[in-house]
Design a protein around this ligand. Structure first.
Ligand code: APR
Length: 320
């Protein structure tokens, strides 16, 4: 049986890590695409040579031509530029919006049947633009943010409780990063909701509040430490979990930026919500009742996604 094909549009820090994890997990053959000449080819060669010791059979190649992504089953998009000192949010938005236009054209021409996972920031607006530009079915275009925010939240909680991370589950909604809406009620340790663990004296509300704040600023904390780049290991691992759930029809419930059509009272925007990812892409949005506080935070988060989308429409009226 032919191996699946995973195309990585953007062969930077996250792209290279995605290729490595995909190969180690034998998810399929991997094509790294980038506009920078030599980078995807060099990374592909280095990774291919690592297979001698690491024992994977995935073929890894690099290209500067969109033809190379032809027929991909999954496309993961990290193409774009990071925000640099002195660059306004609108500058970043307009540069990466243009990148999404060219990436969208490439996907539409060569891999229109793929499950597309966008990672490029500002995520909620970029995934919206990518879907709009390609016109691909919304269940096949999704943004990676919630899995990463949940992973950060779970890591900090597992440290606080001194328990295995796989026994900690986190429920997050809303936009990426600062706008993340954690639900403490729906986040658990071995099925026990966090507020019950406060009552039981395992932790305090103040400590949970600090963990939520640290999770929201999780990306910034890493930028502050690295100084010349942003996080890439956990973002790559998070996108791979989504790709794997699609390719292997695992039907995992993962937080992701999905197009909402009435769910949570939102129409047409991409917002982070728990979804079921299986062989048909986003198969279901998991909709639960929110309490007043969660609702307020969620609405604030949706409003900031709307502001970004409106800014995209102003920058390029073709998106309106
Ligand atoms: N088409 C293809 N690739 C492009 C394009 C384009 N139009 N424009 C830029 N790129 C490539 C760059 O050449 C670079 O190799 O995208 C890559 C981005 O890689 P990095 O700068 O290393 O960024 P990375 O850390 O991988 O993050 C990528 O994910 O989390 C977000 O904010 C982050 O938007 C950023 C993205």
């Amino acid at each position: 049986m032919a191996r699946s094909k995973i195309a990585l549009v953007g062969a930077g820090q996250i792209g290279g890590t995605l290729a490595h994890i995909a190969a180690l997990k034998e998810l399929g053959d991997v094509v790294l695409f980038d506009i920078a000449e030599g980078i995807p080819q060099g990374k592909a060669l280095d990774l291919s040579q690592s297979s001698a010791q690491q024992g994977f059979h995935s073929k890894i190649s690099g290209a500067n031509d969109y033809g190379a992504i032809a027929g991909a089953d999954v496309v993961i998009v990290t193409a774009g530029v990071p925000r640099k000192p002195g660059m306004s949010r609108d500058d970043l938005l307009s540069i990466n919006l243009k990148v999404m236009e060219s990436v969208g054209e490439g996907i539409l021409a060569h891999a229109p049947g793929a499950f597309v996972i966008c990672i490029t920031n500002p995520l909620d607006a970029m995934v919206w633009a990518l879907q709009k530009k390609t016109g691909l079915p919304a269940n096949m275009v999704v943004g990676m943010a919630g899995v990463l925010d949940s992973a950060r939240f779970r890591h900090f909680l597992s440290e606080e409780f001194n328990v295995a991370i796989e026994d900690v589950s986190a429920f997050v909604l809303g936009g990426h990063g600062d706008d993340m809406v954690p639900s403490l009620r729906y986040s658990t340790v071995a099925g026990v909701p966090l507020p019950d663990l406060v009552k039981a004296g395992w932790t305090t509300q103040a400590k949970l509040d600090a963990i939520v704040e640290r999770t929201r600023k999780g990306g910034g904390e890493i930028v502050g430490l690295l100084k010349t780049g942003s996080a890439f290991y956990a973002p790559a691992a998070s996108a791979i979990a989504m790709a794997e759930s699609y390719l292997r029809d695992e039907r995992r419930v993962l937080a992701a930026a999905a197009q909402l059509n009435g769910e949570y009272g939102v129409n047409g925007l991409y917002v982070g919500v728990p979804v079921v990812i299986g062989a048909n892409g986003v198969e279901r949005v998991v909709e639960v009742a929110l309490d007043a506080d969660e609702k307020k935070m969620f609405e604030k988060s949706v409003a900031s996604v709307q502001t970004l989308v409106d800014a995209c429409k102003t920058i390029n009226p073709a998106f309106a």
